[in-house]
Design a protein around this ligand. Structure first.
Ligand code: GDP
Length: 440
């Protein structure tokens, strides 16, 4: 996420690190580099210029040069300004209606349908809501089907009227259906076009007026940079929407959209999409994002994700197994699967302070556990629970079966052995506290 920008900002601050005494010239040079980094990230020229001007003012105001660690203070000022640029505080969704009506807007391909599903899933699993998805795209039958597929996947009902060519009527009927059937959130997915056109704008404006949504969300593909900002402006002029959803933040985006959109339309980014799966949705926290951009990591989100996946029952079972020396490769697989649920590896590494910089030249596969899993799946169930059964011949067979090398099998078995020993130690006297600390 925003790797290039992080890299360039890091280089900008390097200017300060090379000098024994920091001067006004060094600070000015650093800020020039910060501005260049923002421009390279596809941030609008005026925004980038204002940004550095503001940081400079604050630096002068706080007498940066006379402080103990001017470099660190400047990084903090940049972090604060980045946070401000992306919206300052976190913005929630207004769920006060009964039912709450949420209207989704945006261009075709922006990720509107996918996000509608993600939001429904989020509200259902995290906020205990009963959402109804509504297909209002009357032009593309495939779009209606797509929403039904998404709905099936997450177990959320989808309302559609394939024969009806009036999106206003469909949306109104859907709300009636929701009221009659106890749905408390109605998410209306609308038709998008490839580019902004009058007909589409008129149509969504009519739907908007008729259903008076509590939340109108604008979905935009973050990979489109400056274009995203222009589209946002066009939609905001018509709809005066409440918030922005930035999708495809997992891609190779430069960050321009995330950094510019708030100052152009003055609406907060509420959620981001970070993948094609239904779970790939994150509430947008401007400060956490600023910290990630500056390579400070995002430990709070990392811990939150770990807590979400933590299953007390499983942990207790595991502890018992370790105590009885029964921890096997199957348990190891379960552990890997839990970590995988937290998100893809690249994303997780980005949340560890300093790690993305340290590992920037290391190729991290999305599925970093692929080989390990393949090796374990190639073992027999007996071998998984009793690894000592695996002899030289079997190792060669397992390597062949999993498409790996014998060295990889050896390495995994060695790691597993060390891990088992460590777990055993933690069970011993003095180890109890350690286990507690780790949530066991
Ligand atoms: P719509 O036309 O606006 O409804 O867009 P879709 O929801 O059909 O999404 C268009 C494409 O983008 C699909 O292939 C989605 O799988 C993909 N997509 C949507 N959101 C994300 C995301 O956050 N990350 C990635 N990588 N792909 C996404």
């Amino acid at each position: 996420m925003f790797d290039n920008l992080s890299d360039k900002l890091d280089k900008a601050f390097h200017i300060l690190k090379g000098h024994g005494k920091i001067t006004e010239v060094n600070v000015a040079d650093t800020l020039k580099e910060v501005r260049r980094a923002l421009l390279d990230a596809d941030v609008n020229f005026k925004i980038a210029k204002d940004f550095t001007a503001k940081v400079k003012d604050k630096a002068i105001g706080q007498d940066v040069l006379t402080t103990l660690q001017p470099g660190q203070l400047l990084v903090k000022l940049v972090k604060d300004e980045l946070t401000e640029l992306m919206g300052g505080d976190v913005a929630g969704v207004n769920l006060s209606g009964n039912p709450t009506v949420i209207l989704m807007s945006g261009l075709q391909g922006s990720g509107k349908t996918t996000f509608s599903g993600k939001l429904a899933n989020f509200l259902k699993t995290k906020k205990n809501k009963k959402p109804l998805l509504v297909a209002c795209d009357i032009y593309r039958p495939a779009a209606i089907n797509q929403l039904h597929v998404v709905g099936d996947q997450i177990g959320v009902e989808v309302y559609s009227e394939p024969e009806n060519k009036n999106p206003v009527e469909i949306a109104q009927n859907a709300i009636k259906h929701a009221k009659a059937n106890g749905f408390n959130v109605v998410i209306v997915d609308t038709a998008g076009r490839l580019a902004v056109d009058q007909e589409m704008m008129d149509e969504i404006a009519r739907v908007h007026k008729a259903i008076q949504p509590q939340e109108t969300l604008f979905v935009v593909d973050s990979m489109t940079g400056q274009d995203a900002v222009n589209t946002a402006k066009a939609f905001n002029d018509i709809l005066n929407f409440d918030g922005v959803i930035l999708t495809k933040l997992d891609g190779d985006t430069r960050g321009g959209a995330a950094l510019s959109i708030k100052s152009i339309v003055n609406k907060p980014i509420k959620f981001v999409g970070t993948g094609e799966k239904m779970e790939a949705i994150d509430v947008f926290y401007p400060e956490r994002m600023a910290e990630r951009i500056l390579g400070m990591g995002d430990v709070v989100s990392l811990v939150e994700r770990a807590q979400e996946q933590f299953d007390e029952e499983e942990a207790r079972k595991l502890q018992k197994k370790i105590a009885k020396n029964e921890f096997g490769f199957d348990d190891f697989l379960t552990q890997i699967q839990q970590v995988k649920k937290m998100g893809n590896m690249k994303d997780l590494v980005g949340m560890i302070p300093g790690a993305s910089k340290a590992m920037k030249d290391v190729e991290i596969e999305d599925d970093a556990f692929k080989h390990i899993e393949a090796i374990i799946y190639s073992m027999t169930p007996a071998e998984r629970s009793k690894p000592a059964l695996i002899d030289v011949k079997r190792k060669a067979r397992i390597a062949k079966g999993s498409g790996t090398k014998v060295e990889q099998v050896n390495q995994l078995m060695k790691q597993f052995d060390q891990m088992s020993k460590m777990m055993k130690m933690m069970q011993g006297p003095g180890g109890k506290n350690l286990m507690k600390m780790m949530g066991g």
